[in-house]
Ligand binder design. Structure first.
Ligand SMILES: Nc1ncnc2c1ncn2[C@@H]1O[C@H](COP(=O)(O)OP(=O)(O)O)[C@@H](O)[C@H]1O
Ligand SMILES: [Mg+2]
Length: 98
């Protein structure tokens, strides 16, 4: 069964400025129960943006995020943190789950 389903995710930083950057441009990604995945990509490919979209650090401009069949696209980060673990690259960021 599909555990995580990302459909057509779009995230643009600094939209409408000279620094505009389309970090996610129609990303689709599925994970099934029990899958173990490693995401590989060059610096700036959008890996962190993808994870931050999943954990809810920001809302995507388009697309949907489903977890166990439930649409969590607009669920707030602190609520997602109850069901999604997140280890930060910068250890000083984020908080440990309780
Ligand atoms: N907060 C931000 N503001 C502006 N641009 C950003 C921000 N976060 C990421 N970006 C840009 O989005 C792109 C993807 O970045 P990122 O997801 O951090 O890549 P990765 O984790 O794969 O190295 C890069 O071009 C990066 O500069
Ligand atoms: Mg990164």
């Amino acid at each position: 069964m599909t555990m995580l389903k990302l459909t057509n995710l779009h995230k643009t930083f600094n939209a409408g400025t000279v620094n505009e950057k389309k970090a996610l441009d129609g990303l689709n990604f599925d994970l099934a129960d029990g899958d173990f995945a490693t995401i590989v990509g060059s610096n700036g490919a959008g890996k962190s943006t993808m994870f931050n979209a999943i954990t809810g650090a920001f809302f995507v401009e388009d697309g949907t995020i489903e977890l166990d069949g439930e649409d969590i696209t607009f669920r707030k980060e602190h609520l997602r943190s109850k069901i999604i673990g997140h280890l930060f690259q910068d250890q000083m960021k984020g908080t440990a789950p309780t």
